[in-house]
Unconditional design. Structure first.
Length: 264
């Protein structure tokens, strides 16, 4: 495969073989309190991965599309409290983001919390453009985090394409993110060869079918945060020593050099 446009065309053909699932059906397995496990791989692994997964999983389809575009804004304190909590390995930590589902135009303010027991919770409100948005956002942030909405600043923009698979029997949802691009108003970087996969399950335990498929193609778990990696790649002065091994791996996957970081 000669380029990422070719990758995407082949991926779309592979996704056409999956049984579709609607957003309403997917929402029956919300998994707002869940166990998560992440994986990172090269985009060339998508063909064997999807070919093996189609017998066990359905794919989310919206408006006849299965490879969906997302846009995310990440927020943090002026002192980068949430970034540093992740960097320093705190188990009880937060992430605040504004996510837009470009296929539908819906926007949600979301708070993710990583708990001491390893599980992750997510709370969110829809952003409608009404005057009540700010009050509702403030209420969400104050009730779900130790922060205030007016104390947060936008730190990072991230756009990507996502495939969402589900297996209702095992109460499991898989997200496959690719075409990653990060920007912060001063510089930007693209990771066209990197794929980030997340398995979200009601309960942790024995490996899921999807995890077994990943193992069969040589892919193993690798904790990674798009927010932290994006910031570390774009801000060389930001504390990031705990992420260096992950950054080196992404650079290797993507054959990146510093010149690929675009200065605005």
């Amino acid at each position: 495969m000669k380029g990422n446009s070719v990758h995407y065309e082949e991926i779309k053909k592979l996704l056409a073989d999956f049984e579709p699932v609607s957003l309403d059906e997917l929402d029956s397995v919300r998994l707002l309190n869940r166990a998560e496990k992440k994986f990172v791989m090269h985009i060339s692994k998508m063909e064997p991965l999807l070919s093996a997964a189609k017998a066990y999983y359905k794919v989310l389809e919206i408006n006849e599309q299965r490879l969906l575009d997302y846009s995310t804004e990440y927020y943090d304190t002026g002192e980068n409290a949430m970034y540093l909590a992740h960097h320093n390995g705190r188990q009880n930590r937060y992430k605040v983001r504004l996510r837009e589902y470009l296929v539908s135009g819906e926007q949600f303010l979301e708070v993710k919390r990583h708990l001491n027991n390893g599980r992750t919770t997510k709370k969110r409100i829809e952003v409608t453009g009404n005057n009540s948005d700010e009050a509702l956002g403030q209420s969400l942030i104050e009730s779900a985090t130790p922060y205030r909405l007016d104390g947060l600043e936008k730190k990072l923009d991230n756009v990507f394409r996502r495939i969402t698979l589900t297996n209702h029997e095992s109460k499991e949802r898989i997200t496959i993110d690719l075409g990653l691009r990060f920007s912060n108003g001063k510089s930007s970087i693209e990771l066209p060869s990197v794929v980030i996969i997340e398995i979200k399950r009601d309960k942790a335990g024995s490996p899921s079918v999807f995890e077994k498929i990943l193992r069969n193609i040589g892919i193993h778990g690798s904790s990674v945060s798009k927010y932290c990696i994006g910031r570390a790649l774009l801000e060389p002065k930001l504390k990031a020593n705990m992420f260096q091994n992950k950054i080196r791996y992404l650079v290797k996957l993507n054959a990146l050099v510093h010149d690929h970081i675009n200065k605005s």
